[in-house]
Design a protein around this ligand. Structure first.
Ligand code: DAH
Length: 340
């Protein structure tokens, strides 16, 4: 019993805190109504007679020590509070700001734009709600043209001529309305198609359009520009191939594939066993489009291309389902925190 009190004395001597709540806890533990000191006083009657004087002495010392400690610590806590200005503890670590992360679509979009900026393209944008002229007619798709069926369109009820743009090619037209050649511009943005949502397609996605118009621009310039792009995007060793295709706004037109490889089972799956992946459409700007924009096709020529951003995001980060990109699940998005 005597050793017990001695241990408590040591504990009291060692106790330090400038937190008022902890000091109060300490006080209650020892000097509270059901505290240690009262308990020890209650036990006094059971102490062997010969120990009673020493026990009483030690117990009184403990009581005093506790009172003194509490008074000292309280005074010190009060002192530090007022010297730091109204209860504000300036030594506490600050609250960390939770940094957001860039969305993977924006990460890839920025990379694409940077790659073209380095070879003299500027960045232009146009509206997501378009009219028929900019989205179709000026791009050499007249009303009766069968190629309009290639894209299922969302129309805007407010006006019979309005729609959600189905591609960023509409920005080519807007850009040529305002600028004369030479033109080098890339136009990123959202596009909309009335399609069923699935793992591979969404009714809203992103494209980057490119337009280059000058004197003497040839298909070889297009090919070299796209080869430069794929090497910057997918690595030094990338190869491309161009397959003849059809777009009303380009002639000739091509579909551009990048060689992805056939090393893993996954490569077989995403390239359907060919090793090649389609990443964009491209071609030489159709003379009719230039004429629509009052640019003389005898003097100027140019190329254009358009690519889907999600497609490239899914390839680069091995994302199996496009819907993951638009569900805004924090667990998914936070994985891109370290990517700039
Ligand atoms: N607008 C086409 C699409 O959405 C992509 C495209 C193909 C854009 C060829 C172009 C081009 O500028 O020349 O599928």
């Amino acid at each position: 019993m005597l050793e017990n009190i001695e241990k408590y004395l040591q504990e009291v001597a060692a106790f330090e805190s400038n937190d008022p709540a902890r000091i109060e806890q300490f006080r209650i533990r020892f000097a509270g109504r059901k505290g240690i000191i009262n308990e020890l006083f209650a036990a006094f009657k059971n102490v062997p007679k010969e120990d009673k004087p020493r026990y009483g002495q030690l117990l009184n010392r403990l009581k005093q020590a506790v009172n003194q400690k509490v008074a000292e610590l309280k005074a010190a806590a009060q002192e530090s509070k007022s010297s730091q200005g109204g209860g504000l503890d300036v030594t506490r670590p600050g609250y960390p700001y939770r940094l957001g992360a860039r969305h993977p679509v924006m990460i890839v979009r920025n990379r694409i734009l940077d790659i073209f900026r380095r070879i003299g393209f500027n960045v232009s944008e146009g509206p997501e709600i378009e009219d028929d002229w900019h989205n179709f007619t000026a791009l050499n798709l007249p009303e009766y043209h069968p190629a309009r069926d290639m894209q299922d369109t969302f129309f805007v009820e407010l006006h019979p001529d309005w729609l959600l743009r189905t591609h960023t090619s509409s920005v080519q037209i807007r850009y040529m309305e305002k600028h004369r050649p030479p033109i080098r511009t890339v136009s990123p943005g959202r596009v909309y198609r009335n399609e069923d949502v699935s793992a591979r397609s969404h009714l809203m996605f992103h494209q980057v359009e490119g337009l280059y118009i000058d004197t003497g621009v040839s298909f070889a310039d297009l090919k070299q520009t796209l080869l430069y792009f794929t090497r910057e995007m997918f690595g030094e060793k990338s190869r491309i191939r161009m397959r003849p295709s059809y777009f009303p706004f380009t002639e000739p037109s091509a579909e551009v594939d990048v060689y992805w490889g056939l090393e893993t089972e996954e490569d077989y799956r995403i390239t359907k066993g060919t090793g090649w992946l389609e990443i964009m459409g491209a071609g030489m700007v159709d003379p009719n489009v230039l004429r629509n924009m009052n640019i003389d096709p005898e003097k100027y020529s140019g190329f254009a291309f358009g690519m889907g951003i999600e497609r490239i995001v899914m390839l680069l980060y091995q994302i199996p389902d496009i819907r993951l990109l638009f569900e805004n699940d924090m667990h998914f998005l936070e994985q891109f925190k370290s990517v700039l």
